[in-house]
Design a protein around this ligand. Sequence first.
Ligand SMILES: *Cc1c(COP(=O)(O)O)cnc(C)c1O
Length: 899
Amino acid sequence: MQPIRTFNVTPSLPPRLEPLRQLAYNLHWDWNVDTKDLFRRLDRDLWESSRHNPVLMLGTISQTRLQEVAEDEGFIAQMERAAQQLEDYHHRLTWYHKQRKGVGGKVSGLREEDDSSQSPIQNPKSSLAKVGIVTGTAKTPTERKIQNSECYVYFSMEFGLADCLPIYSGGLGVLAGDHLKSASDLGLPLAGVGLLYQEGYFSQFLNADGWQSEHYPINDFYNMPLHLERHPDGTEIRIEVDYPDRKVYARIWRIQVGTVPLYLLDTNIEANASPYDHDITDRLYGGDIDMRIHQEMMLGIGGVRALTALGLKPTAYHMNEGHAAFLSLERIRVLMQEEGLSYTQASAVVKSSSIFTTHTPVPAGIDLFPPDKMMYYLGDYGDVFGLLREEFLALGRENTGDFTSPFSMAILAIKMATFINGVAQLHGVVSRSMFKSLWPGLPVEEVPITAITNGVHARSCVSPVIQSLYDRYLGPRWERAPVSDPLWERVSSMPDEELWRYHERCRAEMVVFVRDRLAQKLRDRGASPVEIAQASEVLDPGVLTIGFARRFATYKRATLWMRDVDRIKRILLANKGRKVQFVIAGKAHPMDIPGKELIRAINHFIREQGLIRNVVFIPDYDLHVGRLMVAGCDVWLNTPRRPREASGTSGMKASMNGLLNLSVLDGWWDEADYVRTGWPIGHGEDYDNPNYQDEVEANSLYELLEQEVVPLFYNRDNEDIPRGWVSKMKDAIRLNCPFFNTARMVREYGMRAYFPASDRYFKMTAAQYAPAKELADWKNKIFDQWYNIKIENIDVSEGTQILVNQTISVKARIDLALLTPDDLQVELYTGLVNANGDIVKGVPTTMEYQGQDPQSATSIYTSNITYTSSGLQGISLRILPKHEYLSSSYDLGLILWAQ
Ligand SMILES: *Cc1c(COP(=O)(O)O)cnc(C)c1O
């Protein structure tokens, strides 16, 4: 039955409790312990049953309870403190302001952040400039003040922000959510863009056989911390995206993440006639390939249009994974059709200001679309650009001459971006090699794909108990203090007893939670009373607990620890108080049958081996379960098949809580101090036979458990404190907390990607795009002349025998064709020669232009080099294009080597 009319009913609060509304609608509560505590205090049961959703709570709580707390002075005082903290949060002088003086807009009146920033302080007057793009709960575009002249936008298919917003599926989403939270903490003028899914990511159910089934909860947007974006007259702001034969409309919701707005598109509106179009934003990663293209068009094209409709003028665009890459096509179209630029000019502007982060070390993880589908859905863009079919498709192809190859979203993103990165150092190496053919002739180590190692948002993943300890001993700045900050030295001064007692409290809390959750799930499934009673006896709060929680993709090898049944049983069931227990959680993708089989295998193993008390599988892994586990376990286990785990982040969360990691040297762990802050499984070696690899790594895992982990944990002094263990916990906190932290990560994105991209955007668009036009003309000239350049000859001053520390001089004569010395970078390339006769890891040195050779009309370049070590050394010479508006000499993919 369709309603004849709808009303949006909002909670009615006693006037005194009005601040609760503002607190509920800003996700800042998710990482502010006091505010979260306030909502829990309001109604503990409702807090749990609403999935920690303060908006739903305020809408359903009884008026009696509201009247009660309105007269509770203690509650009111806590509420006012929380409101004050949010107000203060908006008026900080942030890291961003200090970095971008002059670019970052007005800073007068902002208050320096200091060690007391978490405690209530007299507020500055609210007329002062606020941090961020959107202020408070502005309702209309005209109220929406853009404080800063620059604005960065971050596009992602999923965002994992809070328990009550199930619009993420795993690591990629949680990372995106943490990115926004830290951007807010650091004061970046950033906005997120994504899709608002009608059906949340699935809840996981296990049947009696341990087989996963899925249930998709329907998200009720009106009872979530979401604002619908409206015009001043109250009507919804709508955008439209062109699909074959029709337009699809979307409205825009906003989640306020501290000072960062996250805009989410929603196509489930009556303006769309067909049910198919309603479903574009129905499910995250649901549907077939056509649906995926629909979704990615909505994200990329719709996202750009939404920003325009909201009055935002971004100066840097960040594509988090290839899903969002269509945004570049839309930006080029706008620049061509609305600003009158040519295709080359427009793409120069787009490239100058785009950032791409890849998260996938396996080619199968990348979105690929068949050429015909690409043309069917996006061919109009090719027409606007004036490109032929194969020229247009080449934008998404590695080998542009292969007309059968599919269109890759990652390749499109790479071709459109000026800054490209992987998410851990090892992943950077893998990505450079995966995409090296896009820069033919360039040595792999110079492929311009760098790495920014992931992090996690400290206040979101450190348990409140442990946070209070850090606040007390390190001061509240620990959450974002850099590695070099002396406060990290104070970790060692935390009393062992206290850290250990607090940690044991987290373990006990987790055990209580696990028993409740298991009992509840068994009741839901109609299990027998005996089975339900057993749930209250699982796990022992005093036993060494190993945690494993992640998506059940087969490469993560969730069952590696079960490989030798007898050996693992001896470890688990050891006597003399040296037992070990496992807590496991994770979902398999609904279509991933092998992943589901792993879940079933674990549940069978538990029952068949009589390990119901010692090994627990917690159903329905989500942010909430994750937060309890990364604080309540003692060891965090990770056994991916290297190098498939691009980064991994749950181990970082664990480390921040003082857990020790026990992991294969992959992703982030490969670059952590894996000796002092945990244990490495294996040595990062690669065997061709995967079965043998599993064997070696399972053995390494057992050995570490038997010989190092268990003894260290149970080696107690007379106060029952494992001193050696606690000392390792402190190393984990001190060394990993400041680095594997999104505060460090977002600062790095700022300094290395956003600031330069934004500066280039301003430069390129100044004076009616004059620099973009100049760059486009120059590019045409370079492509025209490139193959006419000739390296005529190279003179080396010495023979083939030289001594260490001897200097040799090199003189080259080059025919620059119609180019000038300003257009080119001529480099000497030197390094050791390997057995194949190739220079390996060579070092480029810029050669000096010495003028024209009057006889031959060629240009002369010279350089001196001094050899500081012996061996067979090689010299080569290469030429790259050079222009002040290029972000790097590699941008055009051109390089000419001496033959
Ligand atoms: C942190 C987190 C992840 C990502 O963990 P990985 O170690 O990268 O697999 C996935 N899901 C949830 C709910 C998380 O909190």
